[in-house]
Design a protein around this ligand. Structure first.
Ligand code: SF4
Ligand code: SF4
Length: 78
């Protein structure tokens, strides 16, 4: 399964990805990034289907889809 990674400091907190996620995975975090904005986070990661819709709609390219194979190559575990 693919997974997403959010770059907190690129995120503008616009919540576009929150609205477009078909599985209601995302939410705005209770913390702030370096610009004082609330970045998006995976509130319910177990629901994510790796569809990449969030990454596609983000106008600030703050979300990257990470493929499982790539993660295993660098030794990352779930
Ligand atoms: S990859 Fe798809 S299911 Fe997962 S958080 Fe993004 S939009 Fe939602
Ligand atoms: S669409 Fe991009 S900038 Fe907007 S909240 Fe989502 S990750 Fe942040």
């Amino acid at each position: 399964m693919n997974r997403i990674v959010v770059d907190d400091d690129k995120c503008r907190g616009c919540a576009l990805c929150v609205e477009f996620c078909p599985k209601n995975v995302l939410r705005l975090a209770d913390r702030f990034n370096r610009d004082g904005l609330r970045p998006v986070e995976m509130g319910w990661p177990e629901r994510c289907i790796g569809c990449a819709t969030c990454a596609t709609v983000c106008p600030h390219v703050a979300i990257v889809l990470v493929e499982r194979a790539a993660r295993q190559k660098v030794g990352e575990t779930e």
